[in-house]
Design a protein around this ligand. Structure first.
Ligand code: NAP
Length: 279
């Protein structure tokens, strides 16, 4: 058994550290390595991987969508998201899964004790992460997820994928965010704003004032550990969570797919987090 993470770029990926820690905890001597695969090289990679004993891999940019037509089977959740980040060889067939959304839901439960059932959520962004998180929240029972995006058409397109009709597109201006915050118990940032290396920042954090006092703010970003959004929310007395538990939990779910068995999730997440803090 061999596991990999593929992408371009990929050598900066934390996946090897996370999976190495979890495999170590399980006492499994399974290599997990990063492998540069450029756009257009996926068919060659799939052939090479099969011939060289690779039984599963994680995929990052630019492959999450390009893999879909090349696989033999796709998990229904990944089909709805339109992207895969985990691929397993099962009975000689490549099967794709998406664990980003499930990782976010698990992170909210672990980190904030929040279950999505019945929640109204203001979710910022409509890119790949937003789509996975919004659909997973809807699937997990959120009553309403407002998908607020700078490019409204992209939010509308995302919401059109929701088979449950729980997603609603919205604008990204401060008046809209303020109005939606008033009725939301959870605000989730899935934009790049505040991420290390991103030149842009929220122009105005006043929408945080409108959130109920017991609301929580979850930022999918994990670098820096506390974005300006989370800092502003914390100073207003709101509960906060960064993106590290999402990163770790999506990897735990991926390893469950690779090994095709349930794992002791809190222990796995703890080992992975400790390894990340050390590396
Ligand atoms: P993406 O597909 O490129 O989407 C980026 C989103 O940010 C879009 O909604 C985009 O809006 C918005 N945006 C970018 N610049 C903006 C600005 N100046 N003002 C307002 N909105 C802006 O990226 P992604 O893959 O979804 O990643 C989004 C974030 O999630 C990143 O910070 C990433 O680090 C984080 N993430 C975390 C995890 C985790 O495991 N914790 C996993 C995946 C991603 P437009 O549509 O208008 O361009």
């Amino acid at each position: 058994m061999k596991l990999q993470v593929i992408g371009d770029p990929v050598l900066h990926s934390k996946s090897s550290v996370i999976h190495g820690a979890m495999l170590g905890l399980l006492g499994l001597d399974v290599p997990y390595t990063a492998h540069v695969v450029r756009r257009g090289e996926l068919p060659d990679y799939l052939r090479w991987a099969r011939d060289n004993g690779v039984t599963g891999f994680n995929a990052t940019m630019p492959h999450k969508e390009d893999l879909l037509p090349l696989l033999d089977g796709i998990d229904p959740a990944a089909q709805t998201v339109g992207a895969v980040n985990t691929v397993c060889l099962r009975d000689g067939k490549w099967i794709g899964f998406s664990t980003d959304g499930g990782g976010a839901v698990a992170a909210l439960e672990d980190g904030l004790g929040i279950g999505p059932a019945g929640l109204t959520v203001a979710l910022l962004g409509a890119g790949g992460a937003a789509k996975a998180v919004a659909l997973a929240l809807a699937q997990a029972g959120a009553a309403r997820v407002y998908v607020c995006n700078r490019t409204l058409a992209r939010a509308e397109e995302l919401c059109a994928h929701d088979p449950l009709g729980r997603l609603a597109p919205a604008a990204f201006d401060v008046d809209t965010l303020t109005a939606l915050a008033e009725t939301s118990q959870l605000l989730v940032n899935c934009t790049n704003l505040g991420m290390a290396g991103c030149d842009h920042q929220f122009e105005d954090f006043s929408f945080l004032e409108a959130l109920p006092r017991d609301a929580a703010v979850f930022d999918a970003i994990y670098h820096p550990a506390e974005t300006e959004l989370l800092s502003q929310a914390r100073r207003r007395g709101l509960k906060t969570l960064n993106g590290l538990p999402m990163l770790v939990n999506q990897a735990v779910l991926a390893l469950e797919h690779f090994l095709d068995r349930p794992l002791e999730r809190p222990a796995m997440a703890e080992a992975a987090t400790a390894a990340l803090n050390y590396n």
